[in-house]
Design a protein around this ligand. Sequence first.
Ligand code: KG4
Ligand code: ZN
Length: 343
Amino acid sequence: MKLLDGLVLGIESSCDETSVAILDGFNVRANIVASQIAMHQQWGGVVPEAAARAHVQSMIPCIASALQAAGASIADVRGIAVTNRPGLVGALSVGVTAAKALSVAQGVPLVGVHHLEGHLMSAHFAATRPEFPHVALIVSGGHTEIVLVRAPGDYEIFGETIDDAAGEAFDKCARLLGIPYPGGRGLQELAATGNSRAFDLPRSLPKDPFNFSFSGLKTAALRLIEREGPGINRHDAAASIQAAIVDVLVKKVMHALREIGDVWGLTLVGGVAANSELRSRLADKCQQSGFGFATPPMEFCTDNAAMIALAGSWRLAQGQADDSSLDVFPNAELPSSTHQNQS
Ligand code: KG4
Ligand code: ZN
């Protein structure tokens, strides 16, 4: 995978983290993340307008901190990458506007990056880089996808969730247990000292072998918590919920690996990839089945600009760039090589 020579500045602001990174090849020189989680906790979820305003406040300080942490000046930057889709329109606009201004002022190329391509690329920050082709499991707050990655930019989606994303399932169940938003990490911490067999929760396996469904689990967890009342053992409940989510993800993705076949192995990316139970279960299964396995360090699982800079660096090295008319899109399909050839 050829990358741009020199430093690439990446910007991510699609949801509730303002992040700016400086990348030199695969080497992350700086990855600054200003999280808005504490602010959104008061409302129990992300409020789009508040998110956009917090990005306005944090963007320039994050750019300055990233350059300082990298020991670089803006004049050293050779390319700018920014998430322009999908995400909250107001939030995305802050990052894209900052990126355009920097690109014009410095006379360096700009490229808009699909947020999920960023997550897919984050697997290359793993200690052992994945080879192509591989299968990727993207598990985040907004997405749950099984993707065949033939090469950078050449993606085929095999399966996805038909209702809630895996991260959403963690967050909604966590909320029922009184864990503050976003909840996935807090639920994992509670689960660490719980018995995952204490409560029987459903493992929903939709007919399509590659698709997921998590909304039934949330309903079952609600019923369980109502039935047990305030005396419920929260550790056991958290462990049982986590096991239900992880079991389904592991079962489906291992089936997909065998069905798709002839691949190097699996990459696990997205915020839920930070879940240690999921990481270790998939690592073991892949090892037993002779598949490679790569997942990035935790800091590159949840939203970060380093992964956006990496995707952008690859696209810029291919000679792709956007001009200052670059727009933002709340919904957008993952780009595929077929799409590029047609455009
Ligand atoms: O990728 P991400 O940062 O943002 C989106 O693109 O959505 O993913 C955020 C999601 C949240 O649902 C959060 O609860 C979940 O990742 N998450 C976790 C863990 N850390 C973050 N879920 C389970 N276990 C964790 N340790
Ligand atoms: Zn994300």
